[in-house]
Design a protein around this ligand. Structure first.
Ligand SMILES: [Zn+2]
Ligand SMILES: [Zn+2]
Length: 286
């Protein structure tokens, strides 16, 4: 099984991406959660445009990507798993869960520090949220994510299969949890004890600061629950909430490829980042 996945990696990645994209698109057309505010054709052309640009850039900058780094680490005996005697199947599961936790921490960091927020806010500047928002990331964020992934791989020394499965699953769940789809409340309730559902992640795309700074998870919903960043629903409800960011309401800037690429360099950071939060000073002298 492992050998089959490793030798058919590219075809598995492409089928999972286009298969999930196709299924989510159909679901969005049949059972949409919200009425979209911007032309779907315009958003899709630009969101998918940046997705293909990112894939192209990654191929050039990191030709062998995460799998290449995993093989390199294994060859040199790097990583904690080389020093522990744990059954192979457990190593695969621990690697996948640890990488998911790292993605959660990375996402918090992108919201915490102004310089990273400049880059990550391009993802949040989408004026609607649907399946294509799930792949809409600034190239700088894609490159930084890959470098962070390299650091995790060197530290852990995970099996190649774990890295491939994690990347394929992360890609598919990102498309799923950005979907503009309706799921029955009862089913959503059960699902979100384990995974991040579209209703859960939509809260993260709210224009309200404290809703934007919640629900950072991408796969497992546990990290938000355990670390106190979980928020069940948006205050204004899923139909009444505004998607995007204050100060980024212009369609040209938010849904046009050159405008989107320029977002990290625009305007002063006001609000949103956790680091720029102003706390009330306790009264002096108690
Ligand atoms: Zn975010
Ligand atoms: Zn998102």
């Amino acid at each position: 099984m492992s050998d089959f996945i490793i030798s058919h990696e590219v075809i598995i990645r492409l089928s999972a991406f286009f298969g999930t994209l196709g299924m989510m698109t159909l679901w969005e057309l049949v059972l949409p959660r919200r009425v979209l505010t911007v032309s779907r054709v315009l958003r899709w052309m630009n969101n998918l445009g940046i997705t293909f640009l990112n894939s192209f850039l990654l191929r050039i900058i990191f030709p062998t990507a995460a799998v290449g780094m995993t093989v390199f680490a294994q060859k040199h005996g790097w990583g904690l798993f080389n020093y522990c005697r744990i059954p192979y199947s457990s190593v695969v599961v621990i690697s996948i869960v640890t990488m998911d936790f790292t993605i959660y921490l990375q996402h918090v960091m992108f919201h915490a520090l102004p310089v990273f927020w400049r880059i990550h806010r391009m993802h949040h500047a989408d004026l609607d949220i649907d399946v294509t928002t799930g792949t809409r990331f600034h190239p700088f964020e894609i490159i930084l994510s890959m470098l962070i992934k390299f650091a995790v791989i060197i530290t852990l020394g995970p099996p190649t299969i774990a890295v491939i499965v994690f990347e394929v699953v992360l890609n598919a769940t990102s498309l799923f949890n950005h979907g503009n789809v309706r799921i029955r409340r009862g089913i959503d309730h059960v699902l979100r004890w384990f995974i991040v559902t579209p209703d859960m992640h939509r809260v993260h795309h709210s224009v309200e600061d404290n809703e934007t700074n919640s629900n950072f998870g991408f796969n497992l919903s546990w990290w938000d629950r355990l670390l106190g960043t979980y928020r069940a629903q948006p205050r204004m409800g899923h139909k009444g909430m505004t998607i995007g960011l204050r100060g980024f309401r212009d369609t040209k800037r938010c849904t046009n490829l050159p405008g989107m690429l320029a977002i990290p360099f625009l305007s002063k950071i006001t609000g949103y980042t956790i680091a720029s939060h102003t706390w009330e000073n306790p009264k002096e002298g108690h």
